[in-house]
Design a protein around this ligand. Structure first.
Ligand code: GLY
Length: 372
């Protein structure tokens, strides 16, 4: 099948399936499934970091189809998330994932002032997590003395666009300055010589000295957690898009080259590029996120460089499509994901893999609503 035919086929499969999924899950905020059907995170944990992705899927579907159901669910999801703005526990560095895909998307598409307010409050909270001594945005909350006050994680690169957006929106360079300071720090401290990245770097929160790096959700300290590589790959190209700083594009390319060199023969991405050779656990989230990042890099490189990024993205997306679940009675599309290498559970659906898969297919079919 030619690429254009394949894109059209997947596009149709997504549109057929997602309408059923949306109808069945109108009142939920999905994350994982039980027997193929989504559980409700609004009930379980309204502060969970992935809770914006359902709104993101709804906006992408609404943008591509104009179907009112998606719009209604997107707006209701954003309303439910409002609690996150009033409870400190709910305001960690994942404000970007939560609010770019809901309130910022809503404001960009409809001009809703209430959404603008929510997103600006979230951006202020994110900026308030900046540690001046170490030039990093603190990742997680933990009120134990000295505990996570010095922790920064590579995932945060995807939250920076909330700060870039706020800076442009209210013409205030503080948010841009903080985002760039964090991105500059991440280039130096997270990205290794070979283009792989650390997941967690621990700073002394008072002096800003780097103390250690941790394997986090990957296999081990020196290993290469694939979702972390994908957050870096996509996150740095996004920082380039918002700032025009060539170092960010070059860093995204460096991480991308490492990623592409490690894609296995079958195009399916393991949980960690350095997991033991006999371990078969996969992470479809890493594949879909990296594909999105590669398709963005493709736009900003010279004509003769484009094919490498494009073809690697399509290869991973076609591999995901081959093993995806297109049964319309089940809620998920991407089947094999992993939250963390050392968790007990592996190879199960996580809704945000579907978000990035749809975003990537929409990039290929020019139906995307740019969320970052
Ligand atoms: N940002 C958390 C994760 O990637 O699991």
């Amino acid at each position: 099948m030619k690429n254009q035919d394949w894109i059209r086929t997947v596009d149709e499969k997504i549109k057929r399936k997602m309408f059923k999924v949306a109808e069945r899950n109108q009142k939920k905020i999905p994350y994982v499934t039980a027997e193929g059907l989504y559980e409700d995170m609004a009930e379980k944990d309204i502060y969970w970091w992935t809770n914006g992705f359902w709104g993101g899927i709804m906006w992408q579907m609404y943008h591509a189809t104009g179907e009112k159901l998606y719009f209604t669910i997107a707006v209701e999801t954003e309303d439910k998330l409002e609690k996150n703005l009033y409870h400190y526990r709910g305001m960690d560095h994942d404000s970007g994932f939560k609010w770019l895909l809901t309130a910022v998307a809503d404001y960009r598409l409809t001009g809703n002032e209430k959404s603008r307010d929510r997103a600006l409050i979230a951006a202020n909270s994110l900026a308030g997590r900046f540690n001046l001594a170490g030039s990093f945005i603190r990742a997680w909350n933990d009120e134990g003395e000295g505990d996570k006050a010095g922790w920064a994680i590579i995932d945060c690169m995807m939250n920076l666009p909330l700060l870039y957006w706020a800076s442009e929106e209210i013409h205030d360079p503080r948010f841009l300055q903080i985002a760039q300071a964090h991105a500059d720090m991440a280039m130096k401290t997270f990205v290794r010589e070979d283009g792989s990245v650390n997941h967690i770097v621990v700073f002394h929160p008072a002096t800003g000295q780097v103390q250690k790096s941790l394997g986090g959700q990957g296999y081990a300290e020196e290993s290469s957690w694939t979702r972390g590589q994908a957050w870096a790959l996509y996150g740095f190209v996004l920082s380039y898009i918002h700032t025009g700083k060539a170092e960010y594009l070059n860093t995204a390319k460096k991480v991308a080259h490492y990623f592409i060199a490690n894609i296995p023969e079958n195009g399916l991405i393991p949980v960690d590029f350095r997991q033991p050779a006999d371990c078969r656990w996969e992470d479809g989230t890493a594949a879909a996120i990296a594909a999105c990042g590669l398709l963005e890099i493709e736009k900003y490189v010279s004509e003769n460089e484009k094919a490498m990024y494009h073809n690697a993205a399509v290869r991973m997306l076609q591999a995901l499509d081959k093993e995806a679940c297109w049964d319309e009675e089940k809620d998920y599309i991407i089947e094999k994901c992993t939250a963390a290498f050392h968790d007990e559970r592996h190879d199960f659906p996580m809704m945000y893999a579907d978000y990035y898969f749809i975003e990537a297919i929409w990039k290929l079919s020019s139906q995307e609503s740019f969320m970052w």
